[in-house]
Design a protein. Structure first.
Length: 278
């Protein structure tokens, strides 16, 4: 039995299947950890979500910003972006079942001493604290009133954590940190515009995982979201988004022996990534 964490798939179904073949994934014995952004921007969002739904007994996934965006679009609160590729999913006869399953997924998964989150954590949060806060969002998403959460989810404010935050502001900060953060100030203020490479981080900010005295530093954290960072592994930091969508690779990380597996972007996925790169 093996456990494999896989970087952002983003609808790259053919690359995903090639990676599963490369690691000889056996759903009756092995487990998959998916770092979120299962869907959107690639051409096979519907196929990816159907596969994950059909194999859910072998899969642990966390929500990414594109997964949440899809739920917001499905509720009609925002229109699809020009670069979204979720219409086939939204029009599918099994869309209600698939999207209902998706919104019941957590922001954090913890096991085997690892924590998995889509983007990152604020420096004030220990792993235990982060899990508690993630559950607040999880409760909101699985409640009968979940559309209200989705309606108030978008926005960049507040930019930092305060234990006294309440209501939508509190849930928004938690969601933004766990699904959107790349960089922060030393005091934990988030910045959302930057998407570039490590050496180009703007003055006054650092990668969230390099903030001094970060409370979660002793916990091994698996995440994705930052494709320009690429495969980045330092002490207790395992970044797995290697930009498959943009013609890069899709990556798997074996939790038991820390081995790494890559497959190049499949030609049927690359065609759409070239379209978005233009």
């Amino acid at each position: 039995m093996a456990t494999y964490a896989v970087g952002d798939i983003q609808g790259c179904f053919h690359s995903f299947q090639a990676l599963l073949k490369k690691i000889h994934f056996n759903p009756s014995e092995d487990k998959l950890w998916l770092v979120g952004d299962l869907i959107n921007r690639g051409s096979g969002s519907l196929e990816v979500l159907r596969w994950v739904f059909d194999h859910q007994s072998s899969v642990f996934t966390v929500l990414g910003n594109h997964d949440l965006h899809t739920l917001v679009v499905a509720e009609g609160f925002v229109s699809p972006h020009r670069s979204d590729t979720i219409q086939a999913l939204l029009d599918a006869p099994d869309a209600p079942v698939l999207l209902n399953w998706l919104r019941h997924q957590p922001l954090i998964h913890m096991d085997q001493q690892y924590l998995m989150v889509h983007a990152g954590l604020l420096p004030q949060w220990s792993a235990t604290k982060a899990k508690e806060l993630a559950n607040e969002v999880h409760v909101a998403l699985r409640s009968d009133n979940y559309p209200e959460f989705l309606k108030h989810m978008y926005g960049n404010q507040p930019v930092c954590w305060d234990d006294n935050l309440i209501g939508w502001d509190r849930l928004r900060v938690i969601t933004n940190a766990m699904t959107r953060i790349r960089i922060a100030s030393e005091t934990g203020e988030m910045e959302f515009k930057f998407k570039g490479e490590l050496q180009n981080v703007p003055l006054g900010y650092i990668p969230w995982f390099e903030v001094p005295e970060r409370a979660s530093a002793s916990t091994p954290i698996i995440f994705g979201h930052w494709s320009a960072l690429g495969l980045h592994m330092t002490k207790n930091v395992y970044a797995l988004d290697t930009g498959c969508l943009w013609g890069g690779a899709l990556t798997a990380f074996c939790l038991e022996d820390k081995s790494i597996f890559h497959v190049p972007c499949h030609p049927l996925d690359a065609a759409i990534s070239i379209h978005f790169a233009d």
